[in-house]
Design a protein around this ligand. Sequence first.
Ligand code: 6PG
Length: 247
Amino acid sequence: MITPEIKVVPTPTAIAEEAAERFVEAYRIGVDERGTFSVALSGGSTPKALHALLAAEPYRSRIDWTKVRVFFGDERCVPPDHADSNFRMARETLLSKVPIPLDNVYRMVGEIDPAEAGTRYDQELIDLFGHAGLGLDLCLLGLGDDGHTASLFPHTSSLQETTKLAVAHYVEKSTTGKSWRITLTAPFINRSRQAMFLVAGAGKTKALATVLEGERNPKQFPAQLVLPTEGKLTWLIDVAAAGMDAV
Ligand code: 6PG
């Protein structure tokens, strides 16, 4: 069993700063060792501050964006300009602000038939990473107050997946209500060289404590499924999420 690195920092801003440093470090290793860096972005609101840092100096120029391949941890099945679209959030906060070639951005196609979009993303990942072995350099993740991560929601079919790299499924209770989602599967997330959770705010304290210290119950707390087979697991959390007054 791997031991996660858990780093508690004072504020959401400090999470973004720590994550930006680690993003660049993972980028350097990827580019040095393989000439490329593949990262999955997460949705939700926590990553916005990280995106803003990466899109501005000094980070923007520390990265050769032509060597970066951007993937998504999950997507809501809406058009790419929809308010709920994770791609839209990533485009507005990061991708439109850095010189990344369009071909390097692998978005989940939220506007077509969800099952087709899931199959398409699965196939794209298979073509790039194969069925086994290490996958993404860095998989960024968030934690929902119900214990979900990516679009792996409690008691959904996506949690049973053992072979596919990405799937689409209908979620009764998601952060955007009843909705179709496309998500990376736990087996693919676990092929990452590093999985890194960013968790901020007092609303996450209970879920965080249960995921990290509670009994193993991944059907109820799907974030417990994230245990990279060969890679690192990192949790960057702020004092509010940790339920601490100060560090
Ligand atoms: C999504 C997400 C989801 C998110 C968590 C945390 O598309 O909804 O990818 O898994 O990361 O719900 O979201 P916050 O950062 O907004 O708390």
